[in-house]
Design a protein. Structure first.
Length: 277
């Protein structure tokens, strides 16, 4: 079969050498090279990640039959090939770095989340999680406060916590980074997340890839859309929120929880700063 991806993320490494199918799911196929870099083939309708190529639905469904785990693909002229598959080089790239400074009202976001009882991986129902007795919400905000004070946060009790390819604690941190980049609050020092090598040691390879890009301000299209609609007060915000919730088993809910906790922390932190002044 021959297929041409609809688009590629702009921040992917050069497609060279041999890539191996690591795993496949209903809406994503993960490939990895010898340098441990990840390339995800996404089925159209579910967004595209910073390490992704976007595929037509029919092409993705066919690829799922050909690309079993351990299948090797060889890069030629920016495309990927097996004896049965020709994945041509994508002609279009999507810019996935958050570059606009957005103003997002915490209360508005809280109002949207109050309607959703999707289960998070660590803190119960999403609409109750910020007020739950879970120790992880407290750890989350405590480490953000350490960072704001110029101290190195310690995420070892959060990173890699939870089941799945992207553990719940990591998804919360991706949501956190999305808010901080969108509100231009990442200039604080020290670095908020651990080094790339330490991330690889603390969590799954897929999750480490998401955190690698989140550190640098790159996020999935579904998160981009949600952030911009939230900032505008768009009537389509609810639809974008639902799209994020469809990520994985609890990944979407965990990402939204991380966003919510960060917005709440920002609001409380700003109030304290203003009071101290």
């Amino acid at each position: 079969m021959i297929c041409s991806p609809l688009a590629a993320s702009d921040c992917l490494p050069p497609i060279r050498g041999v890539w191996v199918c690591e795993n496949r799911f209903n809406h994503a196929i993960n490939l990895r090279n010898a340098s441990n870099q990840l390339l995800t083939l996404h089925r159209y309708g579910h967004g595209i990640s910073p390490m992704g190529w976007l595929m037509r639905r029919a092409d993705f469904d066919q690829l799922s039959h050909y690309l079993a785990p351990s299948t090797r693909l060889t890069a030629i002229n920016g495309g990927l090939f097996t004896p049965h598959v020709q994945l041509l080089k994508p002609r279009r790239t999507l810019y996935l770095r958050i570059s606009d400074k957005l103003s997002i009202a915490p209360r508005r976001f809280e109002k949207y989340l109050s309607r959703h009882s999707a289960i998070t991986g660590l803190c119960g129902p999403l609409n109750q999680a910020p007020h739950s007795s879970s120790p992880y919400t407290a750890i989350f905000t405590q480490q953000l406060s350490r960072w704001a004070q110029g101290l190195a946060p310690d995420w070892r009790s959060i990173i890699g916590l939870g089941p799945g390819l992207t553990p719940s604690g990591d998804d919360m941190l991706v949501g956190m980074m999305a808010i901080l980049h969108a509100t231009s609050q990442t200039a604080l020092r020290p670095s908020l997340l651990p080094s790339d090598n330490l991330l690889m040691a603390l969590t799954t390879s897929v999750s480490a890839s998401y955190l690698y890009y989140a550190k640098r301000g790159y996020f999935s299209t579904t998160i981009h859309t949600l952030l911009h609609r939230l900032a505008r007060g768009s009537l389509a915000t609810e639809s974008s929120l639902e799209s994020v919730l469809h990520h994985g088993h609890t990944s979407g809910a965990d990402t939204l929880l991380g966003m919510d906790l960060t917005l709440r922390w920002q609001y409380a932190h700003q109030r304290r700063v203003e009071y101290d002044v």
